[in-house]
Design a protein around this ligand. Structure first.
Ligand SMILES: CC(=O)SCCNC(=O)CCNC(=O)[C@H](O)C(C)(C)COP(=O)(O)OP(=O)(O)OC[C@H]1O[C@@H](n2cnc3c(N)ncnc32)[C@H](O)[C@@H]1OP(=O)(O)O
Ligand SMILES: CC(C)C(=O)C(=O)O
Length: 556
């Protein structure tokens, strides 16, 4: 088998919705929807090994901590594990007062009855019933015409109303899903939902939830938005209905469909953390929520420690979160490429505390979701001076002057090309150390004495040259000039800079020198010491030794 030359005989394009006066394209999301996590039901039913009671409880507590107020906890008639979990939540008093549990059932009498048994004693609960309404499902699964499918829904709705009345101690909310809504004729979806509304008789004070699933995503997200806007305009008693979105990600646009659906007037979003769920997953609640956050709208869900949430989700689902997953993936706040690193480094340098976030390539401040800046820049053969400089600054407090950044980045580039691997900040520092700080041959500085009088400096230097101790003496307008004067080779200083590393009693000085020896190529040196003069002398010898070694190597 192979891909068809002409797939149009086997697959067809989803037709556009006739809604020329659609309003959603010019809307923005300004209100936070009601969130409902379906992790413990839709997510759970898609796992290779569904969660046991302990995992479900751990996940439930995490969802509560994150701030979810509606949580679909089970399909109680599916298994004893699910049934008992609902009992444990209720009997164990694990449900906070501001959290409502939700359970799902097919529109079948025995399953609905069992579902109500599981909910005995609950303070509040959402009973969620579904049956598929799309033409192919009517034909293939139910072998029913439209009236038959409406009958399945209304019969179930009546039974739910009746059983709820028998358990008056619970504050009930009813939810109906026309499964495969996204492939159902819109007027029929409204007809079924209106029939359910007629049974449940919601009011603005006691609303019902109509959940409109893209059970299988089969069109571009604008189509789903049109469907939602159309539905909202035509359903009866719109003021007594909460319109809920439930998207899957078959075409990879579950988040987009949800966002456009909200713009189209929906009130509520069902989904799973990090997009777990049947096939390609349910919509990822975390991404939708943090997308809002990065538009300046707090989603009222707390992902301040996103990695802790991910850990629980990965352990309970036994599925890893992809390293490129929005917001949470291991690599999503990381730049390897040179120009990105350069822009990020400049962005961090210019980003003022409390100001609007403008760091290039980072749509969110990683710190807001508990990420450190450590992984923001990582260096490999695609990196440039910006990234290397950033790591040395962040991890070691070393700020290389601009021309030295260029020089050292070539040293790092050679090494990354040679290794074919990423280099850590520690490896980069070691390279800097061996290239500059350990450049102690032929001249090794052993000691110095500085006298300053009437604007003149005199230095006595002790150096070791090829194992032999030598004493040099020079005078100049400043210590460096005096040192240069003491040297047996012609040295011209092109640039000098210095800065402190750290603060207080542990502070050190870093000095950088660019020089030419005997009119040759300009090269850099670094010196680090508690004493600034010593640091600058070390920097000079570092540069001098590098220059002499290179001349020697070139001559050989
Ligand atoms: C898109 C979604 O995610 S919907 C949620 C789906 N989740 C699950 O199914 C997980 C839990 N489900 C289960 O464990 C099982 O399906 C159970 C225990 C609920 C039911 O199992 P079974 O009784 O063996 O039935 P099964 O699931 O195979 O259902 C098939 C029958 O139910 C009917 N049916 C399916 N869905 C529905 C529905 N929503 N409402 C009414 N009848 C339905 C089918 O037409 C079929 O009827 P038939 O036997 O007369 O042909
Ligand atoms: C039961 C419904 C809401 C569902 O899970 C789906 O259609 O994906």
């Amino acid at each position: 088998m192979s891909m068809l030359k002409d797939p149009s005989r086997k697959y067809q394009a989803f037709p556009a919705i006739n809604l020329p006066d659609r309003t959603w394209p010019s809307k923005t999301i300004t209100e936070v929807p009601i969130w409902c996590s379906s992790d413990l039901r839709d997510g759970n039913q898609s796992l290779i090994e569904p969660m046991d009671a302990q995992k479900k409880m751990r996940f439930f507590k995490t969802l509560v901590q994150v701030g979810l107020k509606e949580i679909e906890v089970a399909f109680p008639s599916a298994s004893d594990t699910d049934f008992n979990f609902v009992r444990e939540l209720i009997e164990g008093g694990h449900i906070p007062d501001d959290v409502t549990i939700q359970v799902l059932t097919q529109a079948r009498e025995d399953l609905i009855t069992r579902t109500f048994e599981s909910l005995k004693g609950a303070k509040k609960a959402i009973v969620h019933v579904y049956n598929a309404t799309a033409p192919s499902f009517r034909r293939i699964v139910f072998n029913q015409d439209k009236a038959g499918v409406i009958g399945i829904a209304t019969k179930a709705a009546s039974l739910i109303k009746q059983l709820a009345a028998q358990q008056p101690g619970t504050d009930w909310t009813f939810q109906y899903s026309p499964e495969i809504f996204s492939s159902t004729e819109l007027d029929f979806a409204v007809e079924v939902c209106d029939a359910v509304i007629d049974v449940w008789q919601p009011t603005p004070e006691k609303k019902i939830i109509l959940n409109l699933p893209a059970t299988v995503e089969c069109a571009t997200p604008n189509i789903y938005a049109d469907q939602i806007e159309w539905f909202g305009r035509h359903v009866s008693r719109r003021d007594s209905v909460i319109i809920s979105l439930h998207t899957h990600n078959d075409r990879g646009t579950g988040v987009a469909a949800t966002e456009l659906g909200l713009m189209a007037g929906a009130d509520r979003v069902e989904g799973c953390l990090f997009g777990n769920g049947e096939r390609t997953g349910n919509v990822d609640l975390v991404t939708v929520a943090l997308n809002m956050y990065t538009q300046g709208l707090h989603p009222q869900l707390d992902f301040s420690d996103i990695d802790a949430v991910r850990k629980v989700v990965e352990e309970c689902n036994q599925l890893p979160v992809h390293p490129r997953h929005p917001y949470v993936g291991d690599l999503v706040h990381t730049a390897f490429s040179g120009s990105h690193q350069d822009a990020i480094r400049k962005g961090f340098a210019q980003q003022e505390e409390g100001a609007r976030w403008e760091v290039p390539y980072l749509p969110i401040d990683p710190a807001d979701i508990g990420r450190s800046y450590e992984a923001v820049i990582r260096v490999n053969s695609q990196s440039g001076k910006g990234g290397i400089t950033f790591l040395l600054e962040q991890e070691y407090g070393i700020s290389l002057p601009r021309r030295m950044q260029i020089e050292f980045s070539q040293v790092v580039q050679k090494e990354t090309d040679r290794l074919g691997l990423e280099m850590t900040a520690e490896q980069i520092y070691k390279l800097l150390d061996s290239e500059y700080l350990q450049a102690t041959s032929p001249f090794t500085l052993k000691g110095h004495r500085l006298q300053e009088e009437n604007g003149t400096s005199a230095v006595d230097i002790e150096v070791q040259v090829k194992g032999e101790t030598q004493h040099l003496r020079g005078m100049g307008k400043g210590p460096l000039e005096a040192l240069v004067a003491s040297l047996p080779v012609g040295v011209e200083i092109m640039d000098y800079s210095e800065h402190a590393i750290g603060a207080g009693t542990n502070a050190k000085a870093a000095a950088y020198i660019e020089l030419r020896v005997n009119g040759g190529r300009a090269l850099h040196g670094i010196g680090i010491d508690e004493n600034l003069t010593t640091a600058s002398f070390r920097a000079l010898f570092s540069a001098l030794n590098r220059a002499l070694s290179q001349t020697e190597a070139e001559a050989a």
